[in-house]
Design a protein around this ligand. Structure first.
Ligand code: PLP
Length: 401
């Protein structure tokens, strides 16, 4: 299971490269370059150095003593990805891909962004490495996320609005792919999650695996044994696969990915691709996806902008079918409750995305005995979500329980 993908980029029947020939040429150039450098000491050492000095790794594995006591069951630990530079796990991936871009002699970085978190992480690492940076963002998202647009621009990036269709993430990806093909010689496309055509899902997993590698070592030091459960939220699936992958061979460790159930598990109200989707092709890869009547990507919704994607990284589809990981869903309401609970009990404000994983932890912990251990991946900090929560409280759409 840990040897996948195969030479064609498949995890079982998922993944692959469903892209036009002109894109296949540039993607394969990238794939060959990645195979060439990924195991060299120079690349590994430079990656580790930047993770440590730019992002502040290793991130702590934090025991929630107050919450564990309150819930009265399994011990709850948090992998503190919120303490990375820029406040989330995304920078693990942008550092890795920018190093590859540099190795390939590329001068320009392009990326798509939805809520803006990947755009900000990309702009920051591009500034660090002295690369020109263009971020494609749907016009609707630009309106909704003005502060992140300003952040990217402050770090020297150019933000280009995607004006077609719904003017959100999907259109931003289409524009970025177009720009890549138009100037493939000089440009590197920095994809933000464990999705897209091969080699992106495997490459992003490799870079994010630092999360699971650290957590495995830390829990053995702290508890002298492996955890019983790993929980992580799933948007594209990068923070989840980053935590899961180093534990895939550890049979006793159960893994649960938590998808957004939004306002309810009915069409248009959630983004639970693995729980309710079916296999199909989107953005160049095959995976579970949510389809409309025509078989195209269905409209999706979640309170957290980082989770509303109609497909999911192909390795998760494989782990689901293989029965190695389970996928469940948490609603907006459950996520908001988890958001308030962690803030109050532990003094840590989690991202709304991460609050979905935490919500599952709050459900699970009381059902287990006190000798069990749960690790929740706290993928990001919630400062970015505080204004939205405040607004919703004022509107009366939510109220802390
Ligand atoms: C982007 C983001 C996610 C979702 O992306 P994955 O690829 O599924 O990890 C989750 N949490 C935070 C804090 C994010 O910024």
């Amino acid at each position: 299971m840990t040897m996948l993908p195969n030479a064609d980029g498949f995890f079982g029947e998922y993944g692959g490269q469903f892209i036009p020939d002109e894109l296949l040429t540039v993607v394969n150039e990238l794939s060959n370059a990645y195979d060439e450098v990924k195991d060299t000491p120079e690349f590994i050492n430079e990656f580790k150095r930047l993770l440590k000095h730019f992002s502040g790794r290793p991130t702590p594995l934090y025991f929630c003593s107050n919450l564990t006591k309150k819930l009265g069951g399994a011990k709850l630990y948090l992998k503190r990805e919120d303490l990375n530079h820029l406040g989330a796990h995304k920078v693990n991936n942008t550092i890795g891909q920018i190093l590859l871009a540099k190795h390939m002699g590329k001068k320009k970085i392009i990326a798509e962004t939805g809520a803006g978190q990947h755009g900000v992480a990309t702009a920051a690492t591009a500034a660090l490495m002295g690369m020109e940076c263009t971020i494609f963002m749907g016009e609707t998202d630009i309106e909704r996320q003005k502060l992140n647009v300003f952040r990217m621009e402050m770090m020297g990036a150019k933000v280009v609005p995607a004006m077609s269709g719904q003017r959100t993430l999907k259109e931003a990806v289409d524009e970025a792919l177009g720009a890549w093909v138009a100037d493939a010689q000089n440009t590197f496309y920095l994809l933000g999650s464990a999705v897209g055509p091969h080699p992106y899902p495997a490459m992003v997993r490799d870079f994010q695996s630092v999360i699971g590698k650290e957590a495995r070592k830390q829990i053995l030091e702290l508890e002298g044994k492996l955890p019983d459960y790993l929980l992580a939220c799933v948007g594209g699936g990068s923070n989840a696969i980053g935590l899961f992958y180093p534990f895939v061979g550890d049979e006793g460790v159960r893994m649960q990915g938590v998808e957004p159930a939004g306002r309810g598990m009915t069409p248009g109200n959630h983004a639970a691709s693995l729980c309710l989707g079916e296999p199909g092709v989107l953005h160049g890869f095959r995976s579970y996806m949510l389809k409309d009547e025509k078989g195209e990507a269905a409209p999706v919704y979640s309170i957290s902008a980082g989770l509303d994607y109609p497909s999911v990284g192909p390795e998760h589809s494989y782990l689901k079918d293989a029965g190695r990981a389970e996928y469940v869903a948490a609603s907006d309401k459950e996520a908001v409750n988890a958001f308030f609970t962690l803030s109050r009990e532990e003094g840590i404000i989690p991202a709304l995305e991460s609050s979905h994983a935490l919500a599952q932890g709050l459900k699970l912990a009381p059902t287990l005995s006190s000798d069990k251990i749960i690790i929740v991946n706290l993928s990001g900090r919630g400062d970015k979500d505080v204004a939205q929560i405040q607004q919703m409280m004022q509107d009366g759409t939510i109220s802390p329980e």
